[in-house]
Design a binder for this molecule. Structure first.
Ligand code: C5P
Length: 230
C-alpha cells in the first residue's frame, strides 16, 4: 500500500495504452483511477492486470440507480478487489445506504465515495435541473447526506474541500480532481488548484490526469509533484 495522495486518472482509449502507461510508473508513488472509457475497453481483466502489477485501483464508474441495482453493482465492483468505488450522492439516502451495506458485507471493503456536484456544472446547469441554490450549497448538502448515509467520503472540487472538512470532520475522505501543478496547462478544467494548495485545503487524495499522463516523462512529472508535497 502506498502513502502517496496522488491518484493518476488513466483516461486512455484502449486497454493496451493503459497497460503501456502503467509500465512507466511505480505503484509506490500513486494509485490509478479507471473510468468509463478504460473500463469499457479493458473490463475487469484490465483492473485485475493493474492490480497484479501492484497498483491500487479507484474504479470511477459513478453508479446511480435504484438502491438494489446500485448495491449489486457495488458488490461486484468490490469483489474485483478494488481500493475505492463511487456512486452519485444525488441518488439519495436509500441508495447510498444500500451501497454502504453492500460494502459492509465484503471481506476486502473498498472505500465508498459519493460524487457531489460535477465540477463541469454551473449555476445555470443546476437551475435547469430544478436546483435553485448555489453549487457550493448543493455540494455541502450532498456531502452531509453522503456522510449520514454511510459513505466514506466525497469527490469534490478542492475549492470546496475546507468547507466540507469543517462540516464533516477529519475522518471523511475528500477526493479532489481539477489539480494543476503551478505552470502546467489548465486544459478544460476551470476551477483548478495546485497540489500543495489542495492538500492545505483538506484534500486527502488528488486526482491528476493529463499533467502526468501527457508529460514527456510521466514518472518525472509524478515525482516532481510528490516533492512539492513533502
Ligand atoms: O486530466 P485531468 O487532470 O483534468 O483529469 C481529471 C480526471 O478527474 C478526469 O478523469 C476527470 O474525468 C475526473 N473528474 C474531474 N472532475 C470531476 C470528477 C472527475 O475532472 N468533478
Amino acid at each position: 500500500m502506498t502513502h502517496s495522495p496522488i491518484i493518476v486518472a488513466l483516461d486512455f482509449p484502449t486497454a493496451s495504452e493503459v497497460l503501456e502507461f502503467a509500465q512507466t510508473i511505480d505503484p509506490k508513488t500513486c494509485r490509478l483511477k479507471i473510468g468509463f472509457e478504460s473500463f469499457l475497453t479493458g473490463g475487469p481483466a484490465l483492473v485485475e492486470q493493474l492490480q497484479k502489477q501492484g497498483f491500487e485501483i479507484f474504479l470511477d464508474l459513478k453508479f446511480h440507480d435504484i438502491p438494489n441495482t446500485t448495491a449489486s453493482a457495488c458488490r461486484v465492483a468490490a469483489q474485483l478487489g478494488v481500493w475505492m468505488i463511487n456512486v452519485h450522492a444525488s441518488g439519495g439516502q436509500q441508495m447510498i445506504e444500500a451501497a454502504s451495506s453492500a460494502m459492509a458485507e465484503q471481506r476486502q471493503r473498498p472505500l465508498l465515495i459519493a460524487v457531489t456536484v460535477l465540477t463541469s456544472m454551473s449555476q445555470s446547469d443546476l437551475n435547469q435541473i430544478g436546483i435553485n441554490h448555489s453549487p457550493e450549497r448543493q455540494v455541502l448538502s450532498l456531502a452531509k447526506l453522503a456522510q449520514l448515509s454511510g459513505a466514506d467520503g466525497v469527490v469534490c472540487s478542492a475549492q470546496e474541500a475546507s468547507t466540507i472538512r469543517k462540516a464533516c470532520g477529519q475522518d471523511f475522505t475528500l477526493v479532489t480532481p481539477g489539480i494543476r501543478p503551478a505552470g502546467s496547462a489548465t486544459n478544460d478544467q476551470r476551477r483548478i488548484m495546485t497540489p500543495q494548495d489542495a492538500i492545505a485545503a483538506g484534500s486527502d487524495y488528488l486526482v491528476i490526469g493529463r499533467p502526468i499522463t501527457q508529460a514527456d516523462d510521466p514518472n518525472k512529472a509524478l515525482n516532481e509533484i510528490l516533492i512539492t508535497l513533502s
